[in-house]
Write a protein that binds this ligand. Structure first.
Ligand code: NAD
Length: 337
């Protein structure tokens, strides 16, 4: 099978490429990535010379280049990870989110329509269901009710995917993952941000009272879920991919766990003004994917421990990132408030 992975140089995409090459010795992967601030070829250093792997630098919004890739590469499938992904950045400036997450999705759908492909998966998020405080668990058929410019742009992309399925019968699927954590996550997201801050002796900025609930899935489990959907999912269907943490975990509990695993005390926690429009709880029903035989393998305690250790052992990876553009963003987000 030859898979076009778009956005494969980011956090989940790079873990997915590694997962697929390891599990399927005869698969080939073309990684197509714009290398925005979040794209990093260092995430794939260990496999860059693998003959089954090829990298192409490009933008999913670039119609000409996408058409060229589809006509030259003889692809069987597409898995799209390419997106602007950070809620806080979408609140500062949403234009790039609308472009990549909606127009870029449309551009990929047009290429599928024109060139044909066996199947395609568009990676989406539980955030499209909006705030689930007091509401149980979102099913795939539940209403989309996005709260942030990020989740609205992802929801726009999802609607476009489903419209192209219904209108043109394209063989497309959507996965909606919960909050991922693990190796190679850009250190603007809460877990790597907090771990790396603590290693550097800096405080960790927690929004509001820290009572927001997220469902934390270890990235390798998310990749396993996408793999199952790719091989067993049905065209036109949406699949939630979540860990269903039990008990649910608040950001404060998450923060205290990280502080403890980093050998620090709670005086390192700093309270900052809450994010505007901040959703209080995300929770999804994952039965549909579990019915295909998938189950998450890594529980939160084990996963968070492995994750903290990875950042402790890979300072070279994140120290390079935590400079330049990253510092500009960090100042805007946390220091000028
Ligand atoms: P990331 O920000 O780490 O990586 C995104 C990648 O997409 C980067 O390599 C970037 O260079 C690339 N990219 C961005 N715009 C592009 C464009 N126009 N053309 C080509 N490449 C482009 O993101 P991530 O955390 O790995 O998320 C991957 C996908 O999974 C996203 O679609 C996101 O919405 C979804 N998702 C993420 C999470 C999470 O917790 N991280 C949870 C659920 C769903």
């Amino acid at each position: 099978m030859k898979i076009l992975v778009t956005g494969g140089a980011g956090f989940i995409g790079s873990n997915f490429i590694r997962h697929m090459l390891k599990k399927y010795p005869d698969y080939q992967i073309v990684n197509f990535d714009k290398l925005t601030y979040a794209g990093n070829l260092e995430n794939l250093k260990d496999i860059e010379n693998d003959p089954r792997y090829k990298f192409i630098k490009g933008d999913i919004c670039d119609e000409k280049l996408i058409n060229q890739v589809f006509s030259e590469e003889k692809l069987d499938t597409l898995v799209n990870f390419a997106a602007e992904t950070h809620v806080d950045r979408s609140i500062l400036e949403a234009g790039a989110f609308v472009k990549t997450d909606i127009f870029g999705t449309y551009n990929l759908l047009e290429a599928i329509k024109k060139h044909g492909i066996e199947k395609a998966i568009f990676i989406s998020t539980d955030e499209v269901y909006g705030d689930y405080e007091g509401k149980g668990f979102a099913k795939e058929t539940d209403k989309i009710e996005a709260s942030s410019p990020y989740s609205a742009s992802k929801a726009g992309g999802d609607l476009m995917v489903m419209a192209y399925h219904r209108t043109y019968d394209l063989p497309v699927m959507i996965t909606r993952g919960t909050n991922n954590y693990g190796p190679y996550q850009y250190p603007e997201k809460i877990i790597p941000l907090f771990v790396t801050n603590l290693i550097e002796g800096q405080k960790v900025p927690i929004y509001g009272k820290g009572d927001q609930i997220r469902d934390w899935i270890y990235v390798e489990d998310h990749c396993g879920g996408i793999d199952v959907v790719l091989h067993q999912g049905s065209s036109g269907e949406v699949y939630n991919v979540g860990a269903n943490n039990d008990p649910e975990i608040t950001n404060m509990e998450l923060t205290k766990t990280i502080v403890r695993l980093c050998g620090k005390d709670e005086s390192m926690i700093e309270y900052v003004k809450d994010r505007p429009g901040h959703d209080r709880r995300y929770a999804v029903d994952t039965q549909k994917l579990r019915n295909l035989g998938w189950d998450p393998q890594v529980n939160f305690e084990e996963g968070i421990k492995k994750t903290v250790e990875w950042y402790q052992q890979n300072e070279i990876w994140w120290k390079k990132i935590k400079s330049g553009e990253y510092m500009e963003y960090y100042k805007k987000q946390y220091l000028n408030r």
